[in-house]
Design a protein around this ligand. Structure first.
Ligand code: ZN
Length: 444
C-alpha cells in the first residue's frame, strides 16, 4: 500500500482565483506545512483513489466560496488604532496636532488593546499580512500579533529631530539602539519580521538616515519611510539639501530594492525613474492620500515599480483594503482616466494584484501572493452565496466593485486557519471587545 501524505487542510469542492486572475471552479486545494501543496481539478484528478492518498487534519467545505490570495496592508499604524474617528475633517497638520501627541501618551496596555483590535479588524477584513509603520511599545504589539497568526512586519517609530513631547523624544543613538533591540528580539519570530524605519525625512537627521540604512543592509531587512506625502516635506529637502526627497535619499545611498516608500504622492518624473532604477517599492494609502494629492500610479507601474496598497491605519477610514481598492479605482479614473477618455486606466485585475501579489512581494519577497502550488498558504475565502454578489457577469470585477470585508468568511495564514465562518479562532474577540468598550466608556 502507498504511504499516505499527511496534510493540514483540504478545501473541497471550491473555486479560486488563479495566477492569471481567472476564476477556476470545481477544484480542491490541499495545504501542508504552510504551503499550497496541490490544487486538484475535481472532475479530472480528484477521484477516490487520489483522495485516498492524502490524510488531512481539517476539511473545509468550499461550496459557494471563492478563494483569493490574502490581502496585504502595506502601510498601517497599530499605535493609532484608538484614534478612529478623531481626524476626519480636521485641518492640517493632523500628524503633529493629533497623531503624535496621542502616540506620546501610549502605554503598554493601550498598545496591547490597539494591536488586539487591529488584528481582529484585519482578520475580519481579509487582510493576512501587514506592515506597521512604527510606533512605541511595539513589544506589546508583537505578543498580540504572534498570537493572532497574522504575517507582518513591525518597526520602531524612528525620529531624532523635531519638537516632540518628552516621552517620545530620542537622540540619534537611542533611536538606533531601539531599532536594533526590536530587530534582535523579534525578527523571524513566528510570521513576523522587523523593518528599520525613518518616520519622515523632516524628523530624521542625516546621521540617522545613513546609519539606519547601513544597519538594515547589514541585516538584510527593509527600511520604510513616509515619503513625498506633503508639499512641506518636499520643500524641506529642497530648502535644506537642494534636492527632492527621493533624490536626497539616493545621494545618501539609501535607495535599493529593500527600500519602501509609503504614500509616494508628490513624486517628480525623475524621482519615479530613480525608484524604478533602484528597485524601491511604493505603497499608496488611497483614503488618507485623498487629502493630500493623487499619485502618478499608472506611470509608476509602467516603469516597473512594485506598488502596493495600505490603509495608513484605522484613523484613516479603518483597516479594510476593500474600501481602499474602491476609493483607489475611483480616484484613478477621475484623475487619470477621464482626461484621456480611458475608463480602464486602472483595471480591477491590476488593483487586486496590487493588494495581494505586490503586497506579498513587498512584505516577503518569497513565493507568495498567488494561489499556486508551492506558494505560501496565505488565502481568504469570499462567501459568494449572498444577494450583493449574485448574479454577476464577471466575478473579478465584482470582487473589486461589490465585495466588502464582511463577505470574507475564512482566513488562512501560513497554513493555519485564523478565521472560519467569520469566527476568529486565534484571538478572544468577546474579551477584546469588552476591553474596547471599557476603554471607550472611560472616555480616554
Ligand atoms: Zn503613515
Amino acid at each position: 500500500m502507498r504511504k499516505k501524505v499527511l496534510c493540514d487542510i483540504l478545501i473541497k469542492n471550491t473555486s479560486y482565483l488563479d495566477e492569471n486572475m481567472e476564476v477556476q471552479d470545481h477544484v480542491s486545494i490541499i495545504v501542508a506545512q504552510g504551503k499550497i501543496l496541490k490544487i486538484f481539478s475535481d472532475k479530472a484528478d480528484m477521484d477516490e483513489e487520489t483522495q485516498d492518498r492524502y490524510e488531512t487534519k481539517q476539511i473545509i467545505d468550499g461550496e459557494n466560496l471563492l478563494w483569493i490570495p490574502g490581502l496585504v496592508d502595506g502601510h498601517m499604524h497599530t499605535g493609532q488604532q484608538l484614534l478612529k474617528g478623531a481626524v476626519l475633517d480636521e485641518l492640517p497638520m493632523i500628524w503633529t496636532r493629533i497623531m503624535l501627541p496621542f502616540e506620546s501618551t501610549l502605554t503598554p496596555e493601550k498598545m496591547q488593546l490597539s494591536a488586539q483590535l487591529a488584528a481582529l479588524e484585519m482578520i475580519k477584513n481579509g487582510t493576512t499580512g501587514f506592515i506597521d509603520a512604527g510606533s512605541y511599545y511595539m513589544e506589546e504589539a508583537v505578543k498580540v500579533y504572534l498570537e493572532s497568526g497574522l504575517r507582518g512586519a513591525i518597526s520602531h517609530s524612528s525620529m531624532d529631530q523635531g519638537n516632540f513631547p518628552d516621552s517620545i523624544r530620542q537622540t540619534t543613538d537611542e533611536v538606533l539602539a531601539s531599532q536594533d533591540r526590536l530587530y534582535e528580539e523579534f525578527h523571524g519570530q513566528g510570521n513576523l519580521q522587523v523593518f528599520y524605519s525613518l518616520r519622515a525625512l523632516m524628523n530624521c537627521s542625516q546621521e540617522l538616515i545613513v546609519k539606519t540604512a547601513e544597519r538594515a543592509r547589514e541585516k538584510n531587512t527593509k527600511v520604510q519611510a513616509h515619503m513625498n506625502e506633503y508639499a512641506g516635506e518636499v520643500n524641506y529637502t529642497l530648502q535644506n539639501y537642494q534636492q527632492r526627497p527621493v533624490e536626497y535619499l539616493d545621494s545618501l545611498n539609501v535607495l535599493n530594492d529593500h527600500f519602501l516608500a509609503a504614500h509616494g504622492i508628490m513624486l517628480s518624473p525623475s524621482e519615479r525613474a530613480l525608484l524604478a532604477q533602484k528597485g524601491a517599492k511604493v505603497v499608496h494609502c488611497p483614503f488618507s492620500n485623498c487629502g493630500k494629492g493623487v499619485p502618478e500610479t499608472p506611470d509608476l507601474l509602467e516603469r516597473g515599480v512594485c506598488v502596493g496598497l495600505g490603509t495608513d491605519g484605522a484613523a484613516h477610514g479603518g483597516l479594510s483594503l476593500w474600501n481602499e481598492m474602491k476609493i483607489f479605482r475611483s480616484v484613478m479614473n477621475a484623475f487619470h482616466g477621464v482626461k484621456n477618455a480611458n475608463p480602464a486606466v486602472m483595471p480591477a485585475k491590476t488593483i487586486l494584484k496590487m493588494a495581494f501579489t505586490n503586497g506579498a512581494h513587498i512584505l516577503n519577497e518569497e513565493q507568495s501572493g498567488m494561489i499556486r502550488e508551492g506558494y505560501q498558504a496565505d488565502l481568504i475565502a469570499i462567501n459568494w452565496d449572498q444577494p450583493q454578489l449574485y448574479a454577476t457577469a464577471n466575478r473579478v470585477n465584482t470582487l473589486l466593485e461589490c465585495v466588502c470585508g464582511n463577505d470574507v468568511s475564512d482566513s488562512i495564514v501560513a497554513g493555519k486557519i485564523l478565521m472560519h465562518n467569520r469566527q476568529v479562532l486565534t484571538l478572544d474577540e468577546e474579551k477584546i471587545m469588552w476591553q474596547a468598550k471599557e476603554y471607550y466608556k472611560a472616555g480616554r
